[in-house]
Design a protein around this ligand. Structure first.
Ligand code: NAD
Length: 488
């Protein structure tokens, strides 16, 4: 075993510790991988620091960096099936979803590979004679990239592609539960010609392998995607050395359905919004806000269809969604549902593990609808990150907006209505980073992604996604230097 990639070499963890990776769909052993400790992370930081301060990558012209990023995109296409399979075994998600993810990942690399060559800085019109003034972009330095388990390679791509395009060096720390596609990506970066030390991979648990990244003085930037509590911890750790910090945290995303919405579309999308990948999506539409006059008919239909959803493992072609990532995560969701019921929610479907034997070894949980919820309930306020839909009623547009905004989160959400003016008014009033109107979940790499409020700050994707990884320097040159005489 040699699963850590440090300074251009594959290596084992110094303390020779390993972790078993098991498929959440059936508990089968996928592989055993190295488990790094703090000293391995320190080695990776030292390698990335040297590669930034002395190595060729930050000094490579932008067009050549862009070419390498585009070569990686081609290699990802070549290895699509291997990558999709590995992602499905680690996460338990359906193979077809992993295949979509790899397509998105390829698009992400292509987008940043092209963007970096088209944005080389700008000339500033100063209005002064004899001055030549330019703004140029430079890499930030050593970047710590820390990612979660729900979209392992996708979240990694959103960080690695812009980080290397901008000329940084990095240490990647994927979730300890889903390491395999990160290992594969490092092999592709090596094949594409990324110089030694420019990209480093550390596997292992957050507190041991990840925490040093937030504190270490040789790390210049931390880009983190994951839970709110970890984000807060990293932000505090990074304060000691004033690192640049980008946080993509959780969401408790409202999906607002007005009575004038197209009924069939809104029902269909309400299901996709929350039950895709069993709700383990940061932008999951886990809070259904439905206009009072439509409530009964709409919720009846959502419940009827939720009960028909077929659960299954990655390679079950009939499955419509899969298991949860772990037994611990399922226990957390079960606790949220129990608390919601205590607080007065009405269970309309789900609320249990499936009874049929094929699912016995996997971490499955039935699609669940909790009706008659109110804003104060913890199951409405906190991210359960599972297949649990809470339903709240509203009577008018103002109340819909008020309820939608009444959590600490602000990541994403949906609006379903046939009234275009109303849709635009509500979209403006929502304090969230992505609004979908009569749709749910699509995104493109050209548009920024990120949260308001405690869903984080900084942006991934789009031009701002590249800007996260660049310093902006102003160079002012006087073309005819001469004394000014102020102190004569
Ligand atoms: P998590 O916070 O438990 O872990 C995320 C990563 O942080 C993992 O690699 C973990 O090992 C590491 N980590 C944990 N403790 C650490 C520490 N003290 N120092 C450094 N690193 C540490 O999150 P998770 O359970 O893996 O992911 C689910 C969360 O991710 C959900 O809240 C979800 O909403 C969020 N998420 C957000 C987005 C977004 O775009 N906003 C996208 C995907 C997932």
């Amino acid at each position: 075993m040699a699963d850590l990639y440090i300074d251009g070499a594959w290596t084992s963890a110094r303390e020779k510790r390993t972790r078993e990776i098991r498929c959440p769909a059936d508990g089968s052993l996928v592989a055993e991988v190295d488990e790094a400790g703090g000293q391995d992370t320190a080695d990776a930081i030292a390698a990335a620091r040297r590669a930034f301060d002395e190595g060729p990558w930050p000094r490579t012209p932008a067009n050549e960096r862009g070419d390498l990023v585009l070569r990686v995109a081609d290699l990802l296409v070549r290895d699509k099936e291997l990558l999709a399979r590995a992602e499905s075994l680690d996460t338990g998600k359906r193979l077809v979803e992993s295949e979509y993810d790899i397509d998105d990942i390829v698009n992400c690399f292509r987008y940043f590979g092209k963007l970096v060559t088209s944005e080389s800085g700008r000339v500033v019109e100063t209005g002064s004679e004899g001055v030549d003034s330019r703004v140029v972009y430079e890499p930030v330095g050593v970047c710590a990239l820390i990612t979660p388990w729900n979209y392992p390679l996708l979240q990694t791509a959103w960080k690695v592609a812009p980080a290397i395009a901008a000329g940084n060096t990095f240490i990647l720390k994927p979730s300890e539960l889903t390491p395999h596609t990160a290992i594969h990506l490092m092999r592709l970066l090596e094949e594409a010609g990324l110089p030694a030390g420019a990209g480093n991979l550390i596997l292992g648990a957050g507190p041991e392998a990840g925490a040093p990244l937030g504190e270490h003085p040789d790390v210049d930037l931390v880009s983190f995607t994951g839970g709110l509590q970890t984000g807060r911890r990293l932000m505090a750790a990074a304060a000691g050395t004033v690192k640049k910090v980008a946080l993509e945290l959780g969401g408790k995303n409202p999906n607002i359905v007005f009575a004038d919405a197209d009924f069939d579309t809104a029902v269909d999308m309400a299901l996709t919004a929350v039950f895709l990948h069993s709700g383990q999506v940061c932008s999951a539409g886990a809070r259904l806000l439905v206009e009072d006059s439509l409530h009964d008919r709409f919720v009846d239909e959502v419940v009827r269809r939720a009960m028909l959803i077929r659960l299954g493992g990655p390679f079950d072609e009939r499955a419509q969604t899969g298991p949860l990532i772990s037994a611990a995560h399922r226990a957390k969701i079960e606790a949220y549902v129990a608390k919601g019921l205590e607080e007065g929610a009405v269970l309309r479907c789900g609320g249990a593990r499936p009874a049929d034997p094929p699912h016995a070894e996997g971490f499955y949980y039935l699609p669940t609808v909790l009706d008659e919820c109110t804003g104060g309930m913890s199951v409405v306020q906190e991210e359960s990150f599972g297949p649990v839909l809470t339903v709240e009623r509203f009577t008018d547009e103002a109340e819909a907006v008020r309820l939608a905004n009444a959590t600490i989160y602000g990541l994403a959400g949906g609006i379903f209505t046939s009234d275009e003016a109303k849709a635009q008014r509500v979209a403006s009033a929502l304090r969230i980073g992505t609004v979908w109107i009569n749709d749910y979940h699509p995104y493109v790499p050209q548009a920024e992604w990120g949260g308001y409020k405690q869903s984080g700050f900084g942006r991934e994707l789009g031009p701002a996604g590249l800007a996260e990884y660049r310093e902006t320097k102003h160079i002012w040159r006087t073309t005819n230097p001469s004394p000014q005489g102020w102190f004569d």
